[in-house]
Ligand binder design. Structure first.
Ligand SMILES: Cc1cc2nc3c(=O)[nH]c(=O)nc-3n(C[C@H](O)[C@H](O)[C@H](O)COP(=O)(O)O)c2cc1C
Length: 201
């Protein structure tokens, strides 16, 4: 594309996403990898919440959560999800829509093992998205799983990653007079090549 250059240069959208995130790591006050993750429930009602993007792979984005959570149920019901990254400091956003599968292999084990012991035990203790009678009840559950799993807890079978393989990725950057730059990568299926277009702001 003739007029795609600078921060939009290159053919690989994952490389651009990685480079924008690396830039945001230097400018955002915290959590530059926070994404607003959108799902739909069984009635088609949208839902959205923040999660942390943990990997930008060669062809996918990975985050971690509880497989019993509302988001997990919604993702697995639809097989699809979308997310947006927005950096106020850079005035840029990245939008992603795609197909989702679980990451519950060695990568999930490694990421789980890299977390603090308190976070690892917290994953065991929290029945995410379910009603909780009190903060005290959660603390009692943390004490119980600490006694049960000790200082080296294994990754809970109900906790792991989701891998989003995009069918669409859009990069947006603020421009003068609201004439923002937008470039969208789309592909018909995961096996097709990307098609790149500039979009009206
Ligand atoms: C900045 C930020 C990062 C978060 N990161 C995660 C995360 O990586 N995984 C996760 O399960 N929840 C994360 N949460 C909590 C979720 O937003 C949400 O409250 C929780 O996952 C339950 O969502 P659900 O009931 O829709 O499944 C994060 C919240 C914030 C504000």
């Amino acid at each position: 594309m003739a007029d795609r250059s600078g921060i939009f240069a290159g053919e690989d959208p994952f490389a651009i996403a990685r480079s924008w995130l690396a830039e945001a790591e230097g400018t955002e006050p915290n959590d530059p990898n926070a994404i607003a993750l959108a799902t739909v429930d069984k009635d088609g009602l949208p839902n959205v919440r923040m999660v942390l993007l943990k990997e930008i792979e060669a062809d996918a984005f990975v985050f971690y959560t509880n497989y019993g959570s509302a988001k997990a149920r919604e993702i697995e019901g639809a097989g699809k999800a979308a997310f947006v990254l927005h950096w106020k400091s850079l005035r840029r956003q990245v939008r992603v829509r795609g197909l989702v599968t679980r990451e519950e292999g060695p990568l999930a084990d490694d990421y789980y093992a890299s977390r603090s012991l308190k976070s690892r035990l917290g994953a065991w203790a929290s029945d995410q998205s379910q009603p909780l009678s009190s903060r005290l009840a959660l603390m009692a559950e943390v004490a119980r799983v600490t006694a049960e799993h000790g200082p080296n807890p294994k990754r809970p079978p109900f906790w792991g990653g989701f891998r989003i393989r995009p069918l669409e990725i859009e990069f947006w950057a603020d421009g003068a007079f609201r004439l923002h730059d937008r470039f969208r990568w789309t592909r018909e299926s995961l096996l097709h090549d990307w098609h790149i277009q500039r979009l009206n702001p």
